[in-house]
Design a binder for this molecule. Structure first.
Ligand code: BES
Ligand code: ZN
Length: 469
């Protein structure tokens, strides 16, 4: 058999500096999807991606939606009988705040020292621009060497993943036939560690809502009224403090009703992974974990639901002191969900929990930010085997099958609307500081990621296309 991969890998390595420069270009565009002030810059990032795809030789276009645009591209590969893969990533990023904690401008990427031989630091370096570039660069080099990709490829790049994907489902519904594929390759997850690749087979779901507790009609002098009337901030802190009991158990009614215990097999497999708990905690600057008593950290993040306050504000938060009782108190609350939990029921349970505790004279308003269920993908598909083969050939070691505490809503939408599963293969590390200041992507993860994407392309080419989509 002709060795198609070696010349591609050689080119990937020889041209790696140019791959880094292209990633830096994309990182300079602040595509913050959640902030309307960055709408034009987000569109600029979409146009940059479409430009790169066109330059690589794909038929690419920017498609407008009611929110941020999608980028769609096609490569017919060697012909209509070849396996058909849909590659997904997102070009939007989280806001960089708090800005003062960044050592450099978050949108002026730098190469910094790292124990792994260098890293690129910028917002989106890992999540998800660096990851997205692993497959774009693999396509570039494969096509440069062989003229065409070895499989049929559709690319879908989203610009709203970090803000709840409001336009995604209508877009998928409207473009069902154009987006048909055998399987999706979603590049937005992590490796097990720097030497060991991973395939993620479960993701948690998410329910997210803003809550406001309204009290007095206007802000009051805390000397005149303090101690005599309700203070919404005091009350909100007390109520949210009751979301967990002392054993870390979430107190929302019905929260655990549909949660399944881990099977004995899975428990054993996870134990054999040899999770480095100390390193995980150290990546957060901590020495001790916390959560539901009697559960391991992997259980707590992969297969147990959680509830967190993501932000809390109200009253006076400026410099110095202002003696005031605010009329309103605000919080952002999220619940991470696991298999079989119903997002609507959890959302209703959260509202009930808060309403049951409404202080006299107060009322609540809620602004939900969407919700999605937890996901599992099959671990016995031929495409997953092919991905494992490509990863093994690149890293010289078997990929681990892992869970993920985060959410990637598109995976559920592909299942329910387009009828195919996803392969979740990514190259991030636990200490990449995604969503945090000084986010980074190891250059080694980037280079190995590009190589692995090329090797997986070759492995996918030998899978018999199941439906000929
Ligand atoms: N890339 C992350 C998901 C992720 C998190 C993968 C941690 C691996 C480890 C993704 O971009 C993300 O952050 N998703 C959001 C989705 C939400 C806004 C609906 C999340 O999980 O918070
Ligand atoms: Zn992401």
């Amino acid at each position: 058999m002709t060795d198609l991969l070696t010349p591609v890998t050689e080119r990937i390595d020889a041209e790696f500096d140019a791959s880094v420069e292209r990633l830096k270009e994309l990182l300079r565009i602040p595509s913050i999807s959640t902030d309307p002030a960055y709408r034009d810059r987000t569109k600029e990032a979409a146009e940059w991606c479409a430009g790169v795809l066109t330059d690589i030789g794909l038929d690419a276009s920017v498609r407008s939606t009611t929110g941020h645009p999608m980028v769609v591209a096609h490569d017919p590969g060697p012909g209509p009988d070849a396996p058909h893969l849909l590659y997904y990533a997102h070009y939007d990023v989280q806001p960089p705040d708090p800005l003062e904690l960044w050592e450099h401008d978050p949108f002026d990427p730098i190469i910094a020292d790292s124990p792994h031989g260098g890293r690129i630091v910028a917002r989106g370096a890992c999540d998800d621009k660096g990851q997205m570039m692993t497959f774009l660069e693999a396509f570039r080099h494969w096509r440069a060497v062989h003229g065409t990709l070895p499989v049929r490829v559709t690319v879908l790049l989203e610009g709203e993943e970090e803000s709840g994907s409001p336009s995604l489902e209508p877009f998928l519904e409207a473009h069902r036939s154009e987006l048909a594929a055998d399987v999706a390759v979603v590049t937005d997850t992590g490796m097990w560690n720097i030497d060991t690749p991973a395939i993620t087979y479960m993701l948690r779901g998410l329910v997210y809502t803003d809550v406001t507790l309204h009290g007095p009609t206007h802000d009051l002098h805390s000397g005149m009224y303090g101690g005599a009337v309700v203070n919404p901030l005091n009350a909100l802190a007390r109520i949210l403090g009751g979301l967990h009991d002392d054993a870390g158990v979430v107190q929302i009614p019905g929260f655990y009703d549909d949660v399944r215990e881990l099977s004995a097999d899975e428990r054993e497999r996870w134990r054999n992974l040899g999770f480095d708990e100390a390193a995980f905690l150290a990546s957060a600057g901590l020495e001790v974990g916390m959560g539901e008593q009697g559960r391991s950290t992997l259980e707590r993040t992969w297969c147990r639901p959680s509830c967190d306050v993501n932000g809390m504000w109200g009253g006076y938060t400026g410099e110095g002191a202002k003696t005031v009782i605010a009329s309103e108190a605000h919080a952002k609350i999220s619940c991470r969900l696991v298999a079989d939990q119903d997002p609507q029921a959890i959302s209703a349970g959260l509202v009930r929990f808060l309403e049951d505790r409404t202080p006299p004279g107060c009322r609540w308003t809620f602004e939900p930010h969407g919700c999605n269920s937890a996901i599992r993908v099959p671990t016995d598909s031929p495409f997953l085997e092919a991905a494992r083969d490509g990863l093994r050939r690149t890293f010289g070691t078997n990929a681990e099958l892992i869970g993920c505490g985060g959410s990637i809503p598109v995976v559920g939408s592909f299942q329910s609307l387009l009828g195919f599963d996803s392969l979740l293969v990514g190259f991030g590390l636990d200490d990449d500081r995604v969503h945090s200041p000084n986010e980074k992507f190891e250059l080694r993860c980037y280079q190995m990621g590009i190589r692995a994407q090329a090797a997986m392309l070759e492995s996918f080419a030998s899978v018999k296309s199941p439906v000929g989509s």
